[in-house]
Write a protein that binds this ligand. Structure first.
Ligand code: MLC
Ligand code: AMP
Length: 537
């Protein structure tokens, strides 16, 4: 087992215990920690958008107070979920922060999700409040009211909508709702509309402890400026990026959508960038990506999907910077990271190594296990299991699923397969879960297959992930027709587009006579993957 961080000395322990008794009385609301890190000059710029808007720290404080006051004025039951199906905007971030501030539970929903997907999440989470784009109000409110939601507000990217209209009537001071470490802060769905799609329950303590560890581990410093170019529906853009900047009192350059040239144009005023591998691949395709263009940058961080070694190397060759790759998931926030600094005491551990995800973060225990959860030796490949203050409390209203994913001694089975090498670096070599990660978004084959199998003329299907130069991995659907039927690949794709988020649509579909099967009759997806391996290369 690998334990992140150093063991505590006797003296440090004493301080820790004294500190602990004080902390039990203290404010544990994550928002309070973020707010406490705002710079003393509240008139400085906290966020600058790619459309030229400036928000001061005072603006963030006042806006979150007003939205928090609005939420509290609704007299919602304790623990109410506030679901957001809103495009990326600073106001959407304010809604997230205000939800924390008021002590409710935030539920982010990707705006790519269509009605069946939203219906599942809203039906499962039963949010008291849903906020959506005004153009979607008709269908979203119908779903929400059916699920028992009391209030549906609108919020658009141009700072309009009923949420802000109503919040404008509130006062701009607000006392942060007291919360304990174990209190729920957010529910993040892993994906899909099938019964297997699970809401990971993250507490204030999970999120705050992880953010605090990363602040130190990644050497956040005074003057840092983050380019925020990721969506804010998922852990990477919502927690890692936003908490990182706010907890350091750092300005964010806020991009509504990732555009490589816009990112390059803003790089000269920034120091930190976070992206999924596709963002790095697309930046590398820009001739403007040079050492000069990245001169002011201190740190490039990648994660959410495997970063190819060739991307890692090319980045260094072009910019002189070494990408720091880290590993995490919705259920755990961040787990491991390559090192930021060269630490003379651990010289061999100071290198950022491509194709590895570095070391367990301080406080995280990580082990590689084989059959029956038996721990494996160094270098052996098995299931990655983790434990720590960042690991979620369980799946929303799914105690049996939660129990299935935890070992008897409290380790969470990540579903990732990997090893720890002789130097202690963690390598991810595959996944035991049937999952495709495309451009940093998760696609569950079983969900897509379920939709395809419902289409006219389809007997059966298999979705497999194959390498893709831009998205890293994409889905290929292999379909078997019902006897006498002749379903067309183009019609299948068109039908899926009507029902599913765009990133889940297979990039290729073929109708074949039969699927390869093993002696037990199970489809051999490894053979299909091998067959279509070179489709996009
Ligand atoms: C868009 N498309 C995708 C896709 N994104 N297809 C597969 N995978 C994706 N990720 C589709 C579009 O619908 C479109 O289809 C076509 O591909 C081209 O679209 P595009 O204009 O190039 O896409 P774009 O809007 O630029 O989006 C690409 C992207 C985006 C890479 C910027 O997908 C993105 O922001 N990804 C980041 C996801 C993320 O934040 N993951 C973090 C999860 S947290 P058509 O047919 O309509 O033309 C996590 C934990 C952790 O994993 O460790 O961090
Ligand atoms: P999600 O459920 O969207 O949070 O996705 C989490 C999954 O993304 C993990 O279980 C991993 O499979 C994958 N992942 C995250 N970071 C990395 C990384 N650096 N390398 C490989 N896979 C990663």
């Amino acid at each position: 087992m690998v334990q992140g961080g150093q063991s505590l000395g006797r003296q440090t322990r004493l301080i820790f215990y004294l500190g602990f008794s004080f902390r039990t009385m203290a404010q544990h609301n994550l928002f309070a920690a973020l707010r406490a890190a705002f710079p003393s000059d509240l008139d400085g710029t906290a966020v600058e958008t790619d459309t030229g808007l400036l928000y001061s720290w005072r603006d963030l404080d006042r806006a979150t107070a007003m939205v928090a006051n609005l939420l509290q004025s609704l007299d919602l039951p304790a623990g109410s979920r506030i679901a957001a199906h809103t495009e990326k905007s600073v106001e959407a971030m304010v809604l997230y922060l205000a939800t924390l501030r008021a002590g409710y539970v935030y539920l982010p929903l990707n705006t790519a999700y269509q009605s069946a997907e939203v219906e599942y999440f809203v039906g499962n989470a039963e949010p008291a409040v849903v906020v959506c784009a005004s153009r979607n109000f008709g269908w979203v409110s119908k779903i929400a009211f059916k699920a028992g939601t009391q209030y549906v507000f609108t919020l658009d990217e141009d700072r309009t909508g009923s949420l802000l209209d109503r919040a404008a009537q509130q006062i701009d001071v607000h006392t942060v709702a007291p919360r304990q470490d174990d209190d729920l802060a957010a529910i993040v769905y892993t994906s899909g509309t099938t019964g297997r799609s699970k809401g990971a329950m993250l507490s204030h303590g999970n999120l705050r402890s992880n953010a605090e560890v990363l602040k130190d581990y990644w050497g956040w410093q005074k003057g840092d400026v983050l380019i925020h170019a990721l969506p804010i529906f998922h852990v990477h853009g919502l927690f890692v990026a936003i908490h990182g900047a706010l907890l350091n009192g750092s300005k964010m350059v806020w991009m509504g959508k990732f555009e490589p040239r816009a990112v390059l144009a803003h790089m000269a005023q920034a120091t930190v960038f976070m992206g999924v591998p596709t963002l790095y691949v697309r930046l590398l395709a820009e001739p403007g990506l040079t050492a000069e263009a990245t001169r002011t940058m201190r740190l490039f961080i990648a994660g959410s999907a495997p970063l190819l070694l060739e991307t890692f190397k090319e980045w260094t060759a072009r910019t002189g910077h070494t990408i720091l790759e880290r590993y995490g998931m919705s259920e755990t926030v961040m787990l491991t990271s390559n090192p930021y600094t060269a630490d003379a005491r651990f010289e061999y551990q100071s290198e950022r190594r491509g194709a590895t995800v570095g070391f367990p973060l301080p406080g995280v225990s990580l082990r590689v296990a084989g059959e029956g959860d038996a721990p494996l030796a160094e270098g052996e490949i098995g299931g990655i299991q983790v434990r720590g203050p960042n690991v979620f409390a369980g799946y929303w209203r799914m105690p049996e699923k939660t129990a299935e994913e935890f070992t008897a001694d409290g380790f969470f089975r990540t579903g990732d397969v990997g090893k720890v090498d002789a130097r202690g670096y963690v390598h991810i070599v595959g996944r035991s879960k049937d999952l495709i990660i495309s451009g940093g978004y998760n696609v569950y084959p079983a969900e897509i297959e379920g939709y395809i199998n419902e289409l006219p003329g389809v007997a059966e299907s298999a979705l497999v992930g194959v390498p893709h130069p831009d998205f890293g991995e994409v889905g290929v659907a292999v379909v078997i027709a019902k006897p006498g039927a002749d379903p067309q690949a183009s019609a299948i794709m068109a039908a899926l587009k009507q029902q599913l988020a765009n990133f889940k649509i297979p990039k290729h579909c073929v109708v074949v006579a039969e699927l390869p099967r093993n002696a037990m009759g199970k489809v051999q997806k490894n053979l299909l993957r091998a067959q279509y391996q070179a489709l996009f290369s």
